[in-house]
Design a protein around this ligand. Structure first.
Ligand code: MG
Length: 402
């Protein structure tokens, strides 16, 4: 394997195999061929060219070097192979070798969760129930993780929800999750869009003109990304993410893989598209994070540097998303046992929203950050903390699995 496109092809293949594996396993069937496929993928990654730090050195279609730190991809493949080859008891042993204090934490969270089923479950994905991956496009869920979450999801009385800031489709949460459907409702863009169990994409209404502006913007960006010299920008860091009412586009990665000149040329091309769109009457605000451009539709006063008119797009939180989904799915939280899980500050509004809807909220946060832990306590919800998603998913599975 030499090319970065091959790396993504492998991860795409792993996604399909893992979905099949999780589905068969949950039906108590195991297909040995699947395991062989996964092993082959792991072996291909293993033999790819690396530097002393273990970082993959791949090439894009133009022959330029692209560095890929594939810790997530490699370690999750190894976990899957172990889970399906050596069984669940050995797998838990492996997790406890991997994480100091795993056993005690697991017991503590199981005690916290209790054995009575929850009425509702809302969880963030990355960093909470899924280990964190630096590259969005290859953050494919592991099959063991899908098995654990599915077994827990089945015990929840109302539709369990995965609520993420990432987009829903076109390399969104729908493609990256491998859990058998229908079980979890998958919601992207902070809960502003979701996929119904009939396979229909549904979303909250956007202010007039915003959907059209984003569609026009995304079409122009896609055209830009079609050029062979630009394809690499979909393959680094956050890549190209079409969220509801917001598009993210990487122009550099943490390694500085992209030569400064190319990076600047690309970023300028994106800015030109945005300013062209302004002359067509579409206002788009550009936020530069240092590696990504966040493209957000703005009210005309905002785009002109004026004061924001309280643009609801920028202020939509995961709490708003939770409220929207509760309404859409006709969930009942009042007086009900609700579990909310997260790992960052942006997940706090989910806890607050569930409380404000009258839920008896328990929350588990995957964080060691003292300040964030204090803020979780301050919500008034019953709370518990874990140091890694592995503990949380194992505890979810163990506490209530049927
Ligand atoms: Mg997260």
């Amino acid at each position: 394997m030499e090319r970065v496109t091959e790396f993504y092809q492998l991860m795409d293949e792993s996604r399909m195999i893992r979905r099949d594996m999780a589905t068969s396993y949950l039906k108590k069937m195991v297909q040995p061929t699947h395991l062989e496929f996964l092993k082959r993928i792991a072996a291909t990654l293993c033999t790819a060219p690396r530097d002393q730090e273990g970082v993959l050195h791949l090439r894009d279609e133009q022959g330029r070097s692209v560095l890929v730190k594939d810790d997530y991809e490699t370690s999750e493949l190894q976990k899957d192979i172990l889970f399906f080859e050596q069984g669940e008891v050995r797998f838990l042993q492996y997790l406890s070798e991997l994480h100091t204090g795993f056993g005690e934490e697991l017991q503590q969270v199981c005690d916290f969760l209790g054995s009575e089923p929850y009425d509702a479950f809302f969880t963030d994905r990355d960093g909470t129930v899924n280990n964190y991956c630096g590259r969005y496009r290859s953050s494919v869920q592991s099959a063991y993780n899908a098995v654990y979450l599915s077994r827990f999801g089945r015990t929840v009385r109302q539709t369990p929800v995965i609520l993420t800031a990432a987009p829903l489709m076109e390399t969104g949460i729908r493609e990256l999750c491998v859990m058998p459907e229908p079980l979890f409702l998958l919601a992207g863009s902070k809960g502003g869009e979701y996929c119904s169990f009939e396979g229909q994409r549904l979303s909250r209404p956007l202010p007039a003109g915003v959907a059209e502006a984003m569609e026009a913007l995304n079409a122009r960006l896609e055209e830009l990304l079609q050029h062979p010299e630009n394809q690499v920008f979909t393959q680094i860091g956050s890549g190209f993410q079409k969220k509801l009412g917001e598009t993210t586009l990487s122009y550099q990665d943490v390694f500085g893989s992209i030569p400064e000149r190319d990076s600047r040329r690309f970023s300028e091309a994106v800015h030109r598209i945005v300013s062209d769109m302004r002359s067509d009457g579409h206002s788009i605000r550009v936020e530069d994070t240092g590696k990504d451009l966040e493209l957000i539709p703005a009210s005309s006063s905002e785009a002109d540097g004026g004061h924001s008119n309280g643009d609801e797009l920028s202020h939509f939180t995961k709490g708003d998303g939770l409220r929207f989904l509760v309404q859409e799915l006709k969930l009942l939280l009042t007086g009900k046992r609700v579990l909310v899980c997260g790992d960052t500050e942006s997940d706090l509004p989910m806890v607050e929203a569930a409380l404000s809807l009258g839920g008896e909220v328990s929350t588990v946060f995957a964080t060691s950050d003292k300040d964030l832990r204090r803020r979780v306590h301050e919500t008034g919800a019953r709370c518990e903390f874990v140091s890694t998603p592995d503990v949380l998913v194992a505890a979810l599975d163990r506490s209530l699995a049927v």
